[in-house]
Design a protein around this ligand. Structure first.
Ligand code: ADP
Ligand code: MG
Length: 483
């Protein structure tokens, strides 16, 4: 190393002032800036900032990487781009070789310009949940991520789709004895897995502050692990896990295809389970369906209780909205708006909450009470993406059938009352149940003008007030169309 750094090193010693940098370092600084722009601060700080330029050897540039693991990672993920940039810089067919060495970036040279990695080990963006926080020289107890105080059992609304996961979570949280190990919770995004994990952790801590609960995302696990490797601090890292009573790892799918992290995760997992301590894991699919995870890990993950969280149904969505409204202290939300949201935002709970927040924030902002119209307006984009289910063609078909008229008549120019009324109903339902605009609806009804559609919608709204049998018809139609 000493002799290797000699050539550049001699210059670097005096290169405190960036303007005195060698062309090589100079180019490297520009490349670093491009890499940061391309990959973003978080990635750059974690993976690229610790790299240092060592020297040139013919047409090859040697770049140092602090650990073997990072070397592999950088090689598979970023080396191609690094080479591209070197070629751009020099206009020559430069090749780049990565050299594992802890030394380079902390010696003067590039480090004189950019702070050494140790100066700010945490390059990840701060997240609202504080999971990105990683204070300097992380003391032992900072390994666990902070819990979101809103994610409790009290605020979790139970329905058919999540009752098993909820019951299992409750059981684990309330019992000091290990019942099933691990508990594996899985399901699609935004369905409450993290909420349940936090609720379990909070409950256990509240019941017995002595029990040591360690909760972190798999992503954070990997980050901490790599950091520990980089700063040669793996002892403390491992020690943390080995002394916990409850180990919780969220979103385990994140470690798919990340071999060394999986390896470490597996050791950690086994060590905790072997000591009969509780392990709780979440993932986006069942253990056997996890891709990019070693078979022996998948199999072990499925040893305990596997509980899935299904997509929500309508009743649960209404329940969740009501509970959120209560928590927000809002009792001014018309039922038709709550029902509309529960019918329309079906993708996941996070989006449902987002929709509710958007509507209430908008109403506060403009100082007007929430109405159905306002909701439709404010949530146009969301509704569109959740809306794939009912099409105008389907509405037309159902309406024609219901009123016993021919579909072709419904779309024709015929004005006979027997056809005109069902047509208006179909237009009204198209407006209510899809996010199509009035002109779009008009086009689908034999190329009618948007004012015709508007008139139809108004007319039916009026009639629903006075004609209870028509009102019932529409309600029936709506129900069949939406299920
Ligand atoms: P996941 O981890 O499964 O992606 P989260 O736990 O982050 O989903 O849930 C997303 C949002 O939806 C959170 O704000 C959470 O509080 C809320 N949420 C999900 N399910 C429920 C539920 N059954 N009751 C109340 N809130 C829920
Ligand atoms: Mg989650």
């Amino acid at each position: 190393m000493a002799s290797e750094t000699h050539r550049l090193g001699g210059i670097q010693k005096d290169a405190v002032n960036p303007s005195m940098m060698t062309p090589l370092q100079d180019a490297w600084q520009r490349i670093r800036a491009k890499l940061r722009t391309e990959f973003g601060d978080a990635t750059f700080d974690s993976w690229l900032k610790p790299l240092g330029v060592l020297r040139a050897e013919g047409s090859k540039v040697l770049i140092t990487v602090p650990t073997r693991f990072m070397c592999d990672w950088v090689k598979t993920h970023y080396l191609g781009r690094i080479i591209d940039y070197w070629r751009q810089e020099t206009g020559a067919a430069i090749d780049v070789e990565l050299v594992v060495s802890v030394q380079a970036p902390t010696t003067p040279g590039p480090a004189a310009v950019a702070p050494p990695p140790a100066a700010r080990p945490n390059g990840r963006p701060a997240r609202a949940d504080g999971q990105g926080e990683d204070p300097e020289g992380a003391a032992a107890d900072t390994y666990s991520a902070p819990l979101d105080p809103r994610f409790t059992f009290d605020s979790f609304v139970v329905g058919k789709s999540n009752e098993l996961a909820h019951a299992a979570a409750r059981r684990v949280a309330s019992s000091a004895k290990v019942q099933f190990n691990p508990l594996f919770l899985y399901g699609g995004v935004g369905l409450g897995k993290t909420h349940l994990m936090h609720a379990i952790a909070a409950e256990i801590r509240a019941r017995d502050p002595e029990r040591k609960v360690l909760y972190m995302s798999a992503e954070k696990f990997m980050y901490q692990f790599i950091r520990a490797l980089r700063y040669k601090d793996t002892m403390a890292f491992k020690e943390q896990f080995r002394s916990v009573d409850v180990l919780m790892i969220d979103d385990v799918q994140f470690i798919a295809n990340k071999d060394s992290t999986q390896e470490e995760f597996f050791h950690t997992f086994n060590a905790v389970i072997d000591q009969h301590r509780q392990v709780i894991i979440s993932g986006d699919r069942s253990p056997s369906d996890l891709e990019g995870i070693e078979d022996r890990i998948k199999s072990r993950l499925g040893w305990g209780l596997v509980a899935d969280v299904h997509p929500t149904d309508y009743e649960l969505r209404v329940g969740i909205l009501q509970s959120k409204l209560e928590a927000m202290g809002r009792d001014d939300m018309p039922n038709e708006v709550t029902e509309f949201l529960a019918r329309k935002i079906v993708s996941n709970v996070r989006e449902l909450e987002g929709a509710l927040n958007r509507v209430t924030a908008y109403s506060d902002l403009v100082g007007r009470p929430v109405t159905l119209e306002m909701t439709q307006e404010v949530l146009q984009d969301l509704i569109r993406s959740n809306d794939r289910r009912v099409s105008i063609a389907e509405i037309q078909r159902h309406v024609a059938e219901y009123f016993n008229v021919r579909l072709s008549d419904l779309l024709s120019a015929r004005r006979a009352r027997a056809v005109a009324r069902p047509r208006q109903v179909a237009m009204y339902l198209a407006k209510q149940l899809t996010s199509r605009s009035l002109p779009e609806i008009g086009r689908k009804f034999g190329g009618r003008d948007h004012t015709t559609v508007m008139h139809a919608v108004r007319r039916i709204e009026e009639l629903r007030e006075t004609d209870s049998s028509l009102d019932q018809d529409i309600e029936n139609l709506r129900r069949t169309l939406e299920t």
